[in-house]
Ligand binder design. Structure first.
Ligand code: NAD
Ligand code: UDP
Length: 330
């Protein structure tokens, strides 16, 4: 049983000792982030159960793991309960690209609410530690910049993005209530825009769009005036941050992101420089409720757990080009 201790603004939890060959459940494990997490966990010897309904993920993302003795792939939808015996749960199952989560918004909300509740109940029964992959979207269109974890956000609860933003907010609420009510060992991370190899080609997020467009000779589609900002984190930094929080002594929430902030025009110019000097830009209408700016304050995770990102955007973009070229056949 977890022993909560409060030190003012952050809650501390007495941790269980690390055991060998622990059974780790990764929900959404066949997706972009989940597949990289499975790689890491399998390579260090954990027994990994990768659970996915393949809505946005694919078997190809984990095909190289299928013959490993410590890896198992299960097709399941987290909206339905599942009975498993595990020691740790990384709960990632949820579409993350606006294009995908708006496609069936009620399903997105059900995945966030019922999916998270089901996985918390599983964690409670197994006495497993549970980590929820929340998002910078809980800050909405932020009035505080950069965003600290203490900021409560500025979210439209009736907009087209609400299924995801409010979904993740209730997922965080359920996570904290499970800890308060039942002592379930929980961790919360708020992930900022992350990019890298294996992002779905039809993902619709800005980095994968620009890289695919630049590689296939199509103009890069900048939405709106392109002055909105995001802070882009390379996938290996996220995996390191995620595992650090899971194994650390504090619940969080922790921002996990790279504070390097770019406008969409600056991003397009960098893609042009790194990926294809002949790439061009076309301006298109922006989507509704698009946050104007986004940048993590990572003081909390840096001072508490010693994590900080290492890969700058220019280097990270170069690292995803080969994978995209191969999958695009160019
Ligand atoms: P992704 O779409 O590539 O992966 C999500 C995975 O979850 C997919 O494999 C999908 O098939 C699966 N899934 C979706 N609904 C499911 C359901 N009901 N049951 C079972 N599986 C389901 O997205 P990603 O970028 O890998 O994101 C992973 C997690 O990280 C998500 O929870 C997302 O909210 C969070 N996150 C990601 C980012 C980012 O920039 N990549 C930013 C903030 C938060
Ligand atoms: N965007 C863009 N062109 C694209 C896709 C997205 O200019 O082809 C912009 C989008 O309007 C937003 C930013 O890029 O301001 C990040 O969008 P993304 O969908 O990657 O993630 P978000 O942070 O909005 O969830």
């Amino acid at each position: 049983m977890a022993t909560p201790v409060s030190n003012g603004h952050t809650t501390l939890i007495k941790t269980k000792p690390r055991c060998e060959n622990r059974r780790v459940l990764v929900t959404g494990g066949a997706g972009f982030v989940g597949s990289h997490l499975c790689d890491f966990l399998v390579s260090r010897g954990d027994y990994v159960i990768c659970l996915d309904n393949f809505f946005t993920g694919s078997k190809e993302n984990v095909a190289h793991l299928l013959d490993k003795p410590n890896f198992e792939l299960v097709r399941h939808d987290v909206v339905e309960p599942i009975s498993l015996e595990v020691d740790m749960i990384f709960h990632l199952a949820c579409p993350a690209s606006p294009v995908h989560y708006k496609w069936d918004p009620i399903k997105t909300a059900k995945t966030s609410f019922l999916g998270t509740l089901n996985m918390l109940e599983l964690a409670q029964r197994c006495k497993a530690r549970f980590l929820i992959s929340s998002t910078s979207e809980v800050y909405g269109d932020p009035l505080q910049h950069p965003q600290t974890e203490a900021y409560w956000g500025n979210v439209n609860c009736i907009g087209e993005r609400s299924c995801y933003d409010e979904g993740k907010r209730i997922a965080e609420t359920l996570t904290m209530d499970h800890w308060r009510e039942y002592g379930t060992e929980v961790r919360i991370i708020r992930i900022f825009n992350t990019y890298g190899p294996r992002m779905a080609l039809d993902d619709g997020r800005v980095v994968s769009n620009f890289v695919s467009q630049a590689l296939t000779g199509k103009p890069m589609t900048v939405y709106g005036e392109g002055t909105q900002t995001r802070s882009f984190q390379y996938i290996s930094d996220l995996i390191a941050g995620m595992v650090t929080v899971m194994e650390g002594p504090m619940i969080g929430p922790f921002n996990v992101g790279n504070p390097g902030e770019f406008t969409m025009i600056e991003l397009a110019e960098l893609v042009k420089e790194v990926v294809n000097p002949k790439a061009t830009i076309v301006f298109q209408e922006n989507t509704s409720d698009d946050p104007g700016k986004r940048k993590p304050d990572i003081t909390k995770i840096k001072s508490a757990l010693g994590w900080e990102p290492k890969v700058v955007l220019r280097d990270g973009l170069a690292l995803m080009v080969e994978d995209f070229k191969k999958r695009l056949g160019v």
